[in-house]
Each structure stands twice: as C-alpha cells, then as structure tokens.
Design a protein around this ligand. Structure first.
Ligand code: HEM
Length: 465
C-alpha cells in the first residue's frame, strides 16, 4: 500500500529522477496502492500524447479536484466536447491573435515595478503573481484586478488557494466531503460565481462592450450556431484565467532568481535591452530585437518547468513501444525530469540561455522540451505565455536590476506548479529608466484587438534497470 507514498510526499522530484535512473524511459512508482507509470523519453511523449493521444484522457483524479472550479472547460473537458470547443476557441490564441497582450504586459509591468523603491526588498514571486493577475485580468475582463479591493480579483485568489490545496493533497477527497479545506473551496467557488455572473450581466447591459476574451466567449458560436450558455462562458473564462496566471508568474519568479545568480547572463540581458531600446519603453515591435530575453525565459522553464508533471489515463488496453498498458493505467509526464536528461540537454543542470539561440534550439530533439505539453491538449496559452514572459523580462530589465539577498536559496516546492517555497526576496536597484516611474494599469486601453515497492526503492515491474 505504502510504496513510494512517503517519498512522493517528501520529494517527488527526486522520486521521478530516481525512477528514471532505476528503470529507464518507462518506470513505475506506487502511491497509496496505485501504480503510476513515469514516461520519460521523447519517443514516449510522441507515442502517448500524439500518435495514440486519443486513447488517453485526463485522469479521474485530476477531474475530481479540477471540475468544481473549472467545470467542463478545455482543461477538464472530455473527447467530443473538448474537440469541438478547442476547434472554435483555438484561433483566438494563435500567435498573431495574442499580440495585443504584449503592450498590456509592458504597461502592467511598469505599474508594478514602479511601486518598488530603490534598495527595497520585495518578494518577486508575490509580485509576479500580482503582475500576471493584472495582465490576465485586462486580457480577460478589461479590468484592473491589481487593486486589492477588487471583488473579482479577491474571489479568484481565494478559489485558487482552494484549488491548490485540493490538487496538492496526496489522496484527494472529493469536494462533497465536508472537510474544512473543502468547505473553504466550496465557499470560494460560490463567491467567485456570484461575482462572475454579476459581471456577465453588467456586460450584457453595455451598448459597447470591450473587445476582450470575455466578449469573445460571449460572441462565440457553437458549430450548430448556438451561443455558449452562461455556464460555458464561466467555465472557459476560468480555464483561461486559472492555468494562465500562476504558471507564467512562477516561471518569471525563477527567471529573476536565476538572473541574479548568473551575473554574466544578467549583464548580457541588460546590454541587449539598453542597446535595442535606447531608453524607450519596449513595445511589441521591439521584441524581435530582444531575443536573449526570450531565451532566458525558455531556459528557466527548462530548469524549473512551472507544470512539472501532468498525467493521462489509458481509456482502453494499449500497447506502447512494446509495453502493454491495461485500461485505466495512469501515465505521468514530468517535464522537470525530461528536461534534465543529459542526452537531450548536455550538462543539464547548467543555466545556459544560449541553448535556445535559434541555431541551437533547432537541434533540441523534438518533444524533449515540454513546458506546455504536446499533442491535441497542448497548452492553448503557450504563445500568450511566451509573449508575456518575454515582455515582462525586457521591461523589468530596463527599469530595475534585482539582487539576491543573503540567506538560503529558494527551495523548489512542487505544488500545482513548481513554485519557490516561501517566496523569493530580492533587493531592488533602480536603473534610472528615464520614462515615467509608473504607468497605471487602468490607463491601459480597455480593449484588445481581436483578429481572428517500499519507500526508497521504486519497483520496475516492466523489467528495466
Ligand atoms: C508559462 C505559462 C504556462 C505553462 C507552463 C502552461 C503549461 C500547460 C501545460 C503543460 C498544459 C497541458 C496539460 C496536460 O496536457 O495535461 C496546459 C494546458 C492548458 N493551458 Fe497552459 N500553461 C501556461 C500558460 C497558459 C495561459 C497563459 C493560458 C490561457 C490563456 C493557458 C491555458 C491552458 C488551457 C486552457 C489548457 C488546456 C488545453 C486543452 O486541454 O485543450 N495556459 N498548459
């Protein structure tokens, strides 16, 4: 029964790495009596997520904790519903369609960093969550939820905490169990729904609606011509909000930490930004001239992938590269472990943004870099996340330099995302950016253009190792 339960609870990243070392590409660990198959090769990614992707679904466990909040939106939807809704929502998230978000990201970054005083110590993890909340709040609702008094922002934050504790539980109890955590989660969801539906009603009463993601969902037509119901709008809106902000914020917090720990990388980034912008705040058009900022963000997500694990469940008996997986088998992907394979990324522990220079990035084996998943359920917000991460790092580099403070380095805490435990305190050095100290987020145009065994020994029942 116990298997690797304790080890998973204590240090799941090491459990994944050891399972790979002991078993090879496909290994097994056991939690509370259930087997989990860790798939850790590009071939297995291709086979399970792409070639035989339709034979694998999200797991019952994932749905149990995610559905109360995310409903039947893209993350949790099954088969046909997923196929249909993804087809109609996807075009709104193509590379070109998300571009207007870049200028919003620049403005909100200006606002948040404008509040930091020279010499002040700030928790950059908290600040990045705030910042990305601000960006996604504008994208989705045209609303400044940076303001602590904002009811919607607060309701969302409470719901996120509930989601996080359910998702992180070793053996999650269904939401109907009246545990204190469940009751809190339920109350948070009820409050969020009240706030959301009243926002929706306000929107309907407007003659001219802002051109944001909410409006896009309100105008979306199903393939039979019918509009989304209010419940569907709620579900899809939360599916854009929830996975979108915590992940990007976590990636950014680790980026800032890594930059401070690697002064030569930081200097190069600052030189790039100063050279390309000459004191102007960056805009979307500047980003192609700031490639290193994006490389930093990508390399950070290799070492610290915000979504460090995700799972699938076989819907029928299936053969995978010579292994028979019975229906119901859970397959685990750990981008964290995959990204640290030395045959895919030589000297894998080294922070080296040049791995993502155009020439070298082209040589990375296909599917070895998996921060956004792969196949028909690949992250729909991947362009948006990269664009925002790129813009935030460039804007921050122009305005401030952040320094690590004395004390222990941040520790990885694998919860829903791979976050730095207890935050990342950093000292602010203002860089004398000549522009306005702070641009208020609510000065942002309220619209978006819309183009289209036993603990300690992992078993290897598959006979590897
Ligand atoms: C650095 C930021 C992000 C990371 C690392 C990330 C990672 C991921 C991963 C790994 C998946 C696939 C999970 C699986 O296959 O089980 C996923 C799915 C998803 N992500 Fe993201 N994500 C990020 C940002 C965003 C943003 C900004 C949005 C919204 C605008 C978003 C919306 C979604 C949705 C809706 C899905 C479900 C897609 C589907 O099943 O069709 N994500 N994300």
């Amino acid at each position: 029964m116990i298997g690797n339960t304790w080890e998973f609870r204590q240090d799941r990243l090491s459990l994944f790495s050891r399972t790979f070392e002991d078993c090879g590409d496909l290994g097994v660990y056991r939690i509370a009596g259930d087997d989990f198959h860790l798939a850790n090769s590009v071939e297995l990614v291709h086979e399970v997520l792409i070639r035989k992707g339709r034979l694998f679904e999200k797991t019952d466990r994932f749905r149990a904790f995610a559905r109360p909040l995310l409903g039947d939106g893209l993350l949790t939807a099954t088969d046909e519903d997923h196929k249909h809704n993804r087809r109609i929502i996807q075009p709104r998230f193509h590379n070109a369609a998300v571009k207007p978000s870049a200028d919003i990201a620049a403005r909100v970054t200006g606002t948040v960093s404008g509040r930091w005083a020279d010499g002040e110590v700030v928790d950059v993890r908290r600040e990045m969550v705030r910042l990305i909340l601000g960006v996604v709040g504008q994208n989705l609702f045209s609303r400044d939820i940076l303001d602590d008094a904002d009811e919607l922002g607060n309701a969302l934050t409470d719901a996120i905490h509930g989601f996080d504790s359910m998702a992180s539980a070793l053996v999650p109890l269904g939401i109907t169990w009246p545990t204190p955590a469940n009751l809190r989660y339920r109350r948070a969801i009820e409050r969020l729904e009240r706030t959301f539906y009243s926002l929706l009603a306000d929107r309907r009463s407007l003659d001219r609606r802002p051109d944001d993601w909410l409006n896009l969902l309100m105008e979306t037509r199903r393939e039979d011509g019918s509009p989304f119901s209010d419940k569907q709008i709620r579900d899809e809106a939360l599916n854009m909000f929830m996975p979108g902000h915590e992940t990007t914020a976590t990636g950014l917090a680790w980026s800032l930490h890594l930059l401070a720990e690697h002064p030569e990388v930081y200097e190069r980034l600052l030189d790039e930004v100063d050279g390309a912008l000459g004191g102007r705040p960056p805009t979307l058009d500047d980003l192609p001239r700031l490639p290193y900022a994006l490389q930093v963000f990508k390399e950070t997500m290799r070492l610290y992938p915000p979504v460090y694990m995700f799972t699938r469940q076989a819907t029928e008996d299936v053969d995978i590269l010579g292994h028979r997986l019975p229906a119901g088998t859970t397959v685990v992907f750990s981008p964290y472990t995959l990204h640290r394979r030395a045959d895919y990324f030589p000297d894998p522990g080294r922070f080296d943004p040049d791995r993502f220079s155009p020439e070298r990035e082209a040589r990375i084996p296909r599917h070895a870099y998996l921060p956004f998943g792969a196949g028909h359920r690949v992250c729909i917000g991947n362009h948006h996340a990269l664009l925002n991460g790129h813009m935030v790092l460039a804007t921050l580099a122009q305005r401030v330099r952040l320094h690590s403070v004395p004390g222990p380095a941040p520790v990885k805490e694998p919860m829903v995302t791979l976050r730095p435990k207890g935050g990342v305190p950093m000292r602010v050095e203002r860089r004398g950016f000549p522009g306005p100290a702070a641009v208020r987020a609510d000065e942002a145009p309220a619209h978006l253009a819309r183009p289209g065994g036993t603990a300690g020994s992992s078993s290897c029942p598959l006979g590897h190792g």
